[in-house]
Design a protein around this ligand. Structure first.
Ligand code: SF4
Length: 169
């Protein structure tokens, strides 16, 4: 990736947009899963929360942006909730498509279960929700991460996630 300007603090607008997209995915996911009974969307939202917390615990505490406003604001959350870790450990984490599958499941699970509901009984609103979560969960995340990584100091230091995302194949 070419050298570019680095943000010590990410602009609030971008952080807000990132969190609106993430909240949109979680809310759409819960909406899509609602017909399966209240326990399913409730468990889904707990899963989303646990995944977010795991990111803080396994990534953000070692990141350059710990205690700072990173692209998604988790650097500040991590500093409020958890002790700072050894920054060298950020590079030690293995990052593969397989290892990030649990994170992708936040959008994938409602898409698959929503598609099953559509096959059982077609509904335009449900279809719109499935398309919206597909867009917010994948292409929109790609755009957000493209922007975030471009201006990220941790990318300069070393980031296995960015290396994986920037691989051509
Ligand atoms: S380079 Fe990208 S993936 Fe890595 S910490 Fe920075 S924003 Fe996150």
């Amino acid at each position: 990736m070419a050298k570019s300007e680095i943000y010590e603090t990410y602009p609030v607008f971008g952080v807000l947009l990132c969190n609106i997209f993430a909240a949109g995915v979680a809310l759409l996911g819960a909406y899509i899963l609602w017909p399966y009974g209240i326990a399913v969307p409730a468990l889904y939202l707990i899963y989303v929360f646990l995944m977010e917390f795991q990111t803080l615990r396994e990534g953000c505490i070692y990141c350059y942006y710990y205690g700072k406003m990173c692209f998604c604001g988790k650097g500040l959350c991590a500093a409020r909730l958890l002790k700072k870790g050894d920054p060298k450990k950020f590079m030690e984490k293995e990052f593969t498509w397989k290892s990030i599958l649990p994170m992708f499941m936040i959008a994938l699970l409602p898409i698959v279960l929503g598609a099953i509901l559509l096959l059982i009984e077609f509904d335009w609103i449900l279809l719109a929700a499935v398309i919206a979560i597909g867009v917010l969960g994948f292409p929109a995340q790609g755009v957000i991460h493209g922007w975030a990584c471009k201006y990220c100091k941790q990318r300069e230091i070393g980031c296995p996630a960015c290396e994986l995302f920037s691989k051509k194949n």
